[in-house]
Design a protein around this ligand. Structure first.
Ligand code: FAD
Ligand code: HEM
Length: 402
C-alpha cells in the first residue's frame, strides 16, 4: 500500500508520465544501458530497436503503480511478467538499477515539475512494486529448483522442417537431472551466445505434448523486411543448429496454459507460428481426452506456410470430435478441394458453433490477427472471461494501461 502522503503525487503524475511515456522510456533505457552494458544481453535488442519494448517495462511501472492498491487488477498481469522475468533470469539485484534509471528519466523529462516530493512518491511506489515482483520471482525460482539465470544445456536430437519458414528442434537433457515438466502452452527461453560477450534470449513455446525427457520448439525464421533487418536469434538458429548441437535453455515457464485435462469443449485459434502452443495443447488432448469436442482453427498465408500438418493429421486420426479449419490467405484450387480449407482471413462466423458463454477460447498469433479475432469473438457474444491469449512479444496489457 502506497502511503497516504505519496498517493496524491502518484495519481496526479500518472497522466503526465504517460504523455511523456516514450521520452521517459527512451531516456531510461539509454542511460541504463550506457551504465550497465551487461544488461543488453538480458533485453531483446530487436524489440528495443523496433520500439516495441519502449511501450513495455516503463509504461507498465506507471500503469501498475497507479493500480498498486488494486490487487485484483494487478494479479494476472504480474503473473505473466513474473514468469517472463524468471525465464530470463532477472535477479533481485537488478531492481535497484532499473529503479535508479527510471527515476532519473522521470526527473530529467519532467524538469522542474519533478519536485522532491513527487520523486519520493515514485521511489516509494516503485520499491513496493519491486518488492512484490522480487518475492514472487524468488518463490518461482525455488519451485523450479534453480538460481536466477541458471540455464540447462540440452542436446538437439532432431531438426524438422515444419513449413516454408519454420523448423522444429527436439531437445534432450545432457545431464542426469530429472526431466523438465511443463504444461502445454508454456515456453522456454533460449540463450544464444554470439561471442565477444554478446548474447540474446528469446522465448519459444513448446510445440509438443509433455513426454518423457524431450522438449520440442518450432521457430519461424524472421526474414528481413524492406526497412527492417532479419531477426537475429531465429536466423541464427536456422543457420547454425543441426542435430547434435547444444542449446542453453531455461526451465519451462508461462501462465498461458489451456486446460488440456478436462472433457469440456475447447476452442484453439491461431495464426502463423502462433500455432505452436496450440499444437502442444492438441497433442496432449489427443493423448488424454481423445473424445473431447475440439475446434482447431488456423490461419496461414498458404499451405506451404502451414506448420505442423503432420501433428494435425495424427490428432484427427484419433479424435472423432476434432474440427479442423484452415484459412489460407492465398488458397490454391487444390487446397480448396479439402472441405476443411477456406480462402481468406479467419472468420469466426465460419467456425462450427460452440457455447459462446461457457467454452474457453484460446488465441495466439500476430498482433493484427489477435486484435481482429478478439474483437470478433466479443462481438459474437464470447465474454472476456472465456478468452485467453498468448502474445509472442511484450503484451501491451491494455486493460490496465488504458
Ligand atoms: C511467450 C513467447 C512465445 C514465443 N513462441 C514462439 C514460437 O513458438 N515460435 C517462434 O518462432 N517465435 C516465438 N516467439 C517469438 C520469439 O521469441 C522471437 O521474438 C522471434 O523468434 C524473433 O526473434 P529474432 O531474434 O529472430 O528477431 P529480432 O532480432 O528480435 O527482431 C524482431 C523484429 O524486430 C525487427 N527489428 C530488429 N532490429 C530492428 C531495427 N533496428 N529497426 C527496426 N526493426 C528491427 C526485426 O526486423 C524483426 O521483425 C515467442 C515469443 C514469446 C514472448
Ligand atoms: C517493478 C519493476 C518492473 C516491471 C513493472 C516490469 C515490467 C515488465 C513487463 C510489463 C514486461 C513485458 C512482459 C511481457 O508481456 O512479455 C517485462 C519484461 C522484461 N523485463 Fe521487466 N519489469 C520490471 C523490472 C525489471 C527488472 C529489474 C529487469 C532487469 C534488468 C527487467 C527486465 C525485463 C526483461 C529483460 C524483459 C523481457 C523483455 C525483453 O525481452 O526485452 N524487468 N517487464
Amino acid at each position: 500500500m502506497v502511503s497516504p502522503a505519496a498517493r496524491p503525487y502518484i495519481d496526479a503524475s500518472v497522466p503526465v508520465l504517460r504523455e511523456h511515456g516514450v521520452t521517459i522510456t527512451t531516456t531510461f533505457y539509454r542511460t541504463m544501458f550506457a551504465a550497465h552494458p551487461e544488461l543488453c544481453n538480458l533485453f531483446n535488442m530487436g524489440n528495443q530497436a523496433s520500439g516495441v519494448q519502449q511501450q513495455s517495462l516503463a509504461a507498465a511501472v506507471f500503469a501498475y503503480a497507479a493500480n498498486i492498491d488494486n490487487a485484483a487488477a494487478l494479479a494476472p498481469v504480474i503473473e505473466r511478467i513474473v514468469h517472463k522475468h524468471v525465464s530470463i533470469g532477472i535477479k533481485p539485484s537488478h531492481y535497484p538499477i532499473v529503479g535508479h534509471y527510471l527515476l532519473g528519466a522521470i526527473a530529467q523529462t519532467l524538469g522542474d515539475a519533478a519536485t522532491p516530493a513527487l520523486l519520493a512518491a515514485w521511489d516509494e511506489a516503485y520499491t513496493e512494486l519491486a518488492d512484490l515482483f522480487i518475492a514472487a520471482e524468488q518463490a518461482m525460482y525455488g519451485r523450479a529448483g534453480i538460481t536466477p539465470g541458471q540455464l540447462r544445456a540440452m542436446r538437439v536430437i532432431q531438426v524438422e522442417r515444419q513449413s516454408a519458414d519454420v523448423n522444429s528442434y527436439t531437445l534432450q537433457a545432457m545431464d542426469a537431472l530429472p526431466a523438465f515438466t511443463f504444461k502445454p502452452g508454456q515456453y522456454i527461453s533460449v540463450t544464444v551466445d554470439f561471442g565477444n560477450g554478446r548474447s540474446q534470449i528469446r522465448q519459444y513455446s513448446l510445440s509438443d505434448a509433455p513426454n518423457a525427457g524431450s522438449l520440442r520448439i518450432s521457430v519461424k525464421r524472421e526474414a528481413a523486411g524492406d526497412e527492417t533487418p532479419q531477426g537475429e536469434v531465429s536466423n541464427w538458429l536456422h543457420q547454425h543448429v543441426t542435430a547434435g548441437s547444444s542449446l542453453q535453455v531455461s526451465p519451462p515457464m508461462g501462465e498461458f496454459t489451456p486446460d488440456t485435462e478436462s472433457a469440456d469443449p475447447i476452442v484453439l485459434l491461431s495464426a502463423g507460428v502462433g500455432i505452436t502452443p496450440m499444437i502442444a495443447a492438441l497433442n496432449r488432448i489427443a493423448q488424454v481426452q481423445p473424445e473431447r469436442r475440439t475446434i482447431f482453427a488456423h490461419a496461414a498465408m498458404d499451405e506451404q506456410h502451414h506448420s505442423h500438418l503432420a501433428d494435425l493429421r495424427a490428432a484427427a486420426a484419433v479424435m472423432p470430435n476434432l474440427h479442423i479449419l484452415n484459412f489460407y490467405q492465398s488458397a490454391s484450387a487444390n487446397a480448396l478441394q479439402d472441405k476443411n480449407n477456406q480462402a481468406g482471413l479467419m472468420d469466426v462466423a465460419k467456425l462450427p458453433a460452440w457455447s459462446r458463454t461457457e467454452t474457453k477460447v484460446h488465441l495466439c498469433g500476430p498482433t493484427g490477427f489477435m486484435k481482429a479475432q478478439w474483437r470478433a469473438l466479443l462481438d459474437a457474444g464470447v465474454p472476456v472471461s472465456c478468452l485467453y491469449r498468448e502474445v509472442f512479444g511484450p503484451d501491451l496489457l491494455d486493460s490496465l494501461a488504458a
